[in-house]
Design a protein. Structure first.
Length: 236
């Protein structure tokens, strides 16, 4: 089935299907995809009902397309108590504020940037899993999780601490846009291209995170081994 561009068109495609598929494959604007049980809307937002029993609420503009997932998968059975909830801290006004704020401060990363990465990567869902194997809130690849001694990548605290530490390491080497590109495409891609990779999906990812964080993009790209001063870098 061809892709349908735009969140509204994707939802219309899902609603118009003559018979519900066993699962749907949702293609996201950040280049990732996720297999879900169903897609619907709640108060103007798109709700993705995950196969493990959880759900993600996101902006409809983040959905590029919805198509039947033709790959057979065994759905895990979870107890109701095992389904994670997106608790919103009343003081912070966003999910996991009680973790994001202190961890961002500890590792000297702008919390706006951390929140933007989480929203773009997983929509704040701690059990998000990409087709490429990225896991949890900050979508850690298994090798990255191991390098930061993460035991359970679906544990919000472990995932956030590792993701923020990883982001801090990249920010110590590159300006913000290139650090985000390295987070998205891997540092090897940044090294190979001597800065921001030419991949459209990576450049769109960088622009989306910067916009959500309220940070202006930096035109100059940093090269490996020559990190810039602090121009365009979030200040602690």
């Amino acid at each position: 089935m061809p892709w349908v561009r735009g969140g509204l068109a994707a939802l219309a495609l899902a609603a118009a299907a003559p018979a519900p598929a066993a699962a749907d494959l949702v293609f996201l604007a950040n280049g990732r995809s996720i297999s879900v049980r169903a897609v619907d809307t709640v108060d103007g937002r798109t709700r993705l009902l995950l196969r493990d029993g959880g759900e993600i609420l996101c902006d409809p503009a983040l959905i590029l397309a919805v198509a039947p997932d033709e790959v057979p998968r065994a759905d895990p059975v979870l107890a109701e108590s095992a389904v994670p909830e997106l608790a919103t801290d009343a003081r912070g006004g966003f999910p996991f504020a009680d973790l994001v704020g202190p961890l961002a401060a500890e590792h000297r990363v702008d919390p706006r940037l951390v929140r933007a990465v989480i929203e773009t990567e997983s929509g704040y869902h701690p059990r998000a899993r990409s087709r490429r194997g990225a896991l949890g809130l900050m979508q850690l690849m298994p090798v990255t999780a191991r390098s930061y001694a993460v035991v359970d990548p679906f544990d919000p605290r472990q995932n956030l601490e590792a993701g923020i530490r990883h982001l801090r390491r990249l920010l110590d080497r590159y300006e913000v846009p290139v650090a985000l590109a390295a987070y998205n495409a891997g540092e090897g891609a940044v090294v190979r291209h001597g800065g921001l990779p030419p991949y459209p999906e990576t450049r769109a990812y960088v622009a989306r995170v910067l916009a959500r964080a309220g940070l202006a993009p930096v035109a100059r790209s940093a090269r490996r081994g020559h990190p810039p001063a602090n121009r365009g870098r979030p200040q602690s």
